[in-house]
Write a protein that binds this ligand. Structure first.
Ligand code: MN3
Length: 199
């Protein structure tokens, strides 16, 4: 069984004006498709074929770089599409909001921390909101690594992530990564983030 490029739950243009249709189309149909195809290709000759994506990437330190990179790319982009939506709730609610307040003091200080992690990740990578037991932490990873991987500095369960590779924002925002991060906050699907959070 091979991994399949997930279908988006909204149109490429649905996240405008925050994330433009051309970026979405290239990002999904070219970049995510390439990670998916390259992962499937690399798994052909591997005894990892048939395992879940989580089981494969958890052991990132022990797998070939091509599997670590493309497995991470496959997983990370699936999460990224899921945790965005047009017209979603303005912020987290209920148990997730309580946990954010408990771990960061307030939603605004969470947002500052996440924005800083996303802004200061040097080069290509991701920033994350990670569940570690009962608490939430912000982290960032290089390339296509993520907090599920045994190589991650901060390990845990990613419940929100932002792609800060230039391909995620350059067509619309060029070098203005902070503007893209601010725009991302307008399209977060907090209902989906809450589903990933285990109260
Ligand atoms: Mn990407």
């Amino acid at each position: 069984m091979s991994f399949i490029l997930p279908t988006l739950q909204y149109d490429y243009k649905a996240l405008e004006p925050y994330i433009d249709a051309q970026t979405m189309e290239i990002h999904h149909s070219k970049h995510h498709a390439a990670y998916t195809n390259n992962l499937n290709g690399a798994l052909e000759a591997s005894d990892l074929k048939g395992k879940s994506i989580e089981a494969i990437i958890e052991n990132a330190s022990k797998v070939a770089p091509v599997i670590r990179n493309n497995g991470g790319g496959f997983y990370n982009h699936g999460l990224y599409w899921d945790i965005m939506t047009p017209g979603g709730p303005e912020g987290p609610q209920g148990k997730l909001l309580e946990a954010i307040n408990g771990s960061f003091g307030s939603f605004d200080s969470f947002k500052d921390s996440f924005t800083k992690a996303a802004t200061t990740r040097f080069g290509s990578g991701w920033a994350w909101l990670v569940q570690k037991g009962d608490s939430l932490v912000v982290s960032s990873t290089p390339n296509q690594d993520n907090p599920l991987m045994d190589v991650a500095e901060v390990q845990g369960s990613p419940i929100l992530g932002i792609d800060v590779w230039e391909h995620a924002y350059y067509l619309k925002y060029q070098n203005r990564r902070p503007e893209y991060i601010e725009a991302f906050f307008k399209v977060i699907n907090w209902n989906e983030v809450a589903k990933r959070f285990k109260a």
